[in-house]
Design a protein around this ligand. Structure first.
Ligand code: RP5
Length: 162
């Protein structure tokens, strides 16, 4: 996508049901995303070609979601100094704990910012990418502030008693 400022990559079509939360959160902030299926192990050449393309096209952050051994975020970070935001995904026999540890436990030198397992992580990675962009874009900052205000306003003061 020509006007994309964030890339969202995921290891498999099976990740889309969760990773769509990242695209939706970015769209709500007025940020377009370039969304691709790229696997570090099944399509390694596609990954390196994509990272080159992303750097040339002005992508400002890369959100990488993957499950199981989940090396997508780490390998991506190895190839670029763009911020890489990792989202560990459930769906394995270990329910995402494997992906969480694989994503978060990067040895010193190649950082991956790691978010919660699953949909909350996908959403928060998008909001964090928004916060990065908001440093230099007043409209995105305003959208983020409005999102927080609406979120606060939606919280009831008292519980509904059934
Ligand atoms: C990872 O393996 C993907 O990110 C996905 O979460 C997981 C399983 O992939 P599929 O076997 O469903 O394609 O690489």
């Amino acid at each position: 996508m020509a006007d994309a400022r964030v890339a969202i990559i995921m290891g498999s079509q099976s990740d889309w049901g969760v990773m769509r939360a990242a695209e939706e959160a970015l769209e709500a902030l007025g940020i377009h995303a370039d969304v691709r299926i790229i696997s570090a192990h099944r399509t390694p050449d596609r990954l390196t070609a994509f990272i080159r393309e992303a750097e040339q096209s002005g992508i400002e952050a890369i959100i990488a979601g993957a499950g199981c051994a989940a090396h997508l975020a780490g390998v991506t970070a190895a190839h670029t100094v763009l911020p890489v935001l990792g989202v560990p995904l459930e769906g394995s026999a270990l329910n995402g704990l494997d992906a969480l540890l694989a994503t978060v436990q990067m040895p010193g030198g190649i950082p991956v910012a790691t978010f919660a397992i699953g949909k909350a992580g996908a959403k928060n990675a998008a909001l964090f990418a928004g916060a990065i962009i908001a440093r230099s874009d007043a409209a995105v900052r305003e959208s983020l502030v409005k999102f927080r205000e609406a979120q606060s306003a939606a919280v009831p003061h008292e519980p509904k008693r059934d």
